[in-house]
Write a new protein. Structure first.
Length: 253
């Protein structure tokens, strides 16, 4: 990924960045009760496909630079798309192991947000790979980010639910259950039992849960029956490049 392009707004990217095929898309995270928007997750795409796997191949130093630039780009693109009047938050992915100095890491994003009159409290930094850093490092990230205004979310529970203890200890703004766990909740009896048990334990810890990968009415209704408050996926709303799509209206229970 050419990091210069990630710093551009949508107009510049449409011209100078076209050869790289890079763009920022936004996917709604919606309240399951009433289908109201909770947040828009910013997703970097290359030629219409997620670029996240490309980023996982980068060194920690490279990932630090890319994450910071993409956060700035996400805010610029969201502002241009009308984020100020969207009523939701902006969820920006970050790789936790790439954060060396938490305040310095998000400073460019906060400066950009101020330029567009976006208050820090409307930003949610979604930490990926948070299980890979120490408890003291995670505590420092949480303390600094919250002090500066943005909320912190954790993406994924991890293999063998390795992140559940950290979720309970640090109480992030929300915890996103990964699509790999959610995908078969409506078709697999064993997966349904496992997800229901996981949701109950997360609820007992007082966690706000979001389920990603909700791609059917059956999955949506199953998660609603479990008491999951937030959902994301093709059934709710697909990612849209340079736009803030409204979540699809679903019947409330």
């Amino acid at each position: 990924m050419e990091s210069e392009n990630s710093m551009m707004g949508p107009e510049a990217a449409a011209s100078a960045g076209a050869s790289a095929g890079l763009a920022i898309a936004f996917q709604p995270i919606a309240e399951i009760a009433g289908s109201r928007i909770h947040a828009y997750e910013a997703q970097v795409q290359r030629n219409g496909a997620p670029a996240a796997q490309d980023f996982d191949q980068l060194s920690a130093e490279q990932r630090c630079d890319v994450d910071r630039r993409c956060a700035v780009a996400a805010i610029r693109w969201a502002a241009t798309a009308g984020f100020a009047n969207s009523g939701g938050r902006l969820a920006i992915p970050l790789s936790a192991p790439a954060i060396v100095d938490p305040a310095e890491h998000i400073q460019p994003a906060l400066i950009t947000a101020r330029q567009y009159n976006i208050v820090p409290e409307r930003l949610v930094f979604m930490l990926h790979h948070y299980q890979a850093i120490t408890s003291s490092q995670l505590a420092d990230v949480m303390h600094v980010f919250n002090k500066l205004g943005p909320a912190v979310a954790f993406h994924g529970i991890g293999p063998n639910e390795s992140g559940l203890a950290a979720c309970g200890k640090f109480a992030p703004h929300l915890v996103m259950i990964e699509p790999e766990l959610v995908s078969a909740v409506a078709s697999s009896w064993s997966r349904r039992i496992a997800i229901e048990d996981l949701v109950r334990r997360m609820q007992s810890l007082g966690l706000r849960i979001a389920a990603a990968g909700v791609d059917s009415e059956a999955a949506y209704e199953r998660l609603r029956s479990f008491g999951v408050p937030l959902v994301q996926g093709s059934y709710v709303g697909a990612p849209a490049t340079g736009m803030l799509p409204q979540p699809a209206a679903r019947n409330a229970a």
